[in-house]
Design a protein around this ligand. Structure first.
Ligand SMILES: Nc1nc2c(ncn2[C@@H]2O[C@H](COP(=O)(O)OP(=O)(O)O)[C@@H](O)[C@H]2O)c(=O)[nH]1
Ligand SMILES: [Mg+2]
Length: 167
């Protein structure tokens, strides 16, 4: 069966690499290097993360994008042929929302795919934005925005199922 390709994108620290590592049933291919930008962590994804999982009758291939802006061209490389996009957005980093919106508008306008916005860090943030506020900011219906815990397998799985249902 042809695998279904999903892209996991979003700003640095949104939980993309964690999400793919949590859900993958094969060893994840990661390309982490020392960061050249001041992004609050020492290592970051530079080309892609790749993971794979079976969900019902489907084989999902998950491609995570890098976060640093100098790798923005990877959005298109990785979105080629993808059926879905999971845009992870950290609820407590509103300064990253414009960047996330740019990713979304860029990818959705060039690639025919379905997407959902996964709001992360809702378990640790004390002053984070909630689903309704983020939906309004991104001009999306609330059903298209869900809270995601990237390190939690059930939550990550639910996120993929929700996206799959839209397709
Ligand atoms: N508690 C908690 N930690 C998170 C969440 N999302 C991301 N993190 C943590 O934030 C850090 C950066 O995550 P990472 O997956 O490297 O982000 P990436 O830059 O999007 O690939 C890791 O230590 C994650 O465990 C979340 O929803 N809850
Ligand atoms: Mg990463």
């Amino acid at each position: 069966m042809t695998p279904i390709k999903f892209v996991v994108s979003g700003p640095v620290g949104a939980g993309k690499t964690t999400f793919i590592r949590t859900i993958s049933q094969v060893e994840v291919v990661s390309t982490e290097e020392k960061s050249t930008e001041e992004i609050g962590k020492t290592h970051t994804t530079v080309a892609l993360d790749f993971g794979q999982m079976n969900l019902g009758d489907h084989v999902l291939h998950l491609f995570g994008t890098p976060g640093q802006t100098r790798f923005d061209y990877m959005w298109d490389v990785l979105s080629e042929g993808a059926m879905g996009l999971i845009l992870l957005v950290p609820c407590d980093a509103p300064h990253e929302f414009p960047h996330a919106k740019r990713i979304l508008e860029h990818v959705v306008s060039r690639h025919p795919l379905e997407f959902i916005l996964g709001l992360t860090r809702t378990d640790v943030a004390t002053n984070g934005w909630d689903v309704a506020e983020v939906a309004a900011y991104f001009d999306l219906p609330e059903q298209q925005v869900i809270a995601v815990h990237p390190g939690n397998a059930a939550s990550a799985r639910y996120t993929l199922q929700t996206l799959l249902k839209r397709i």
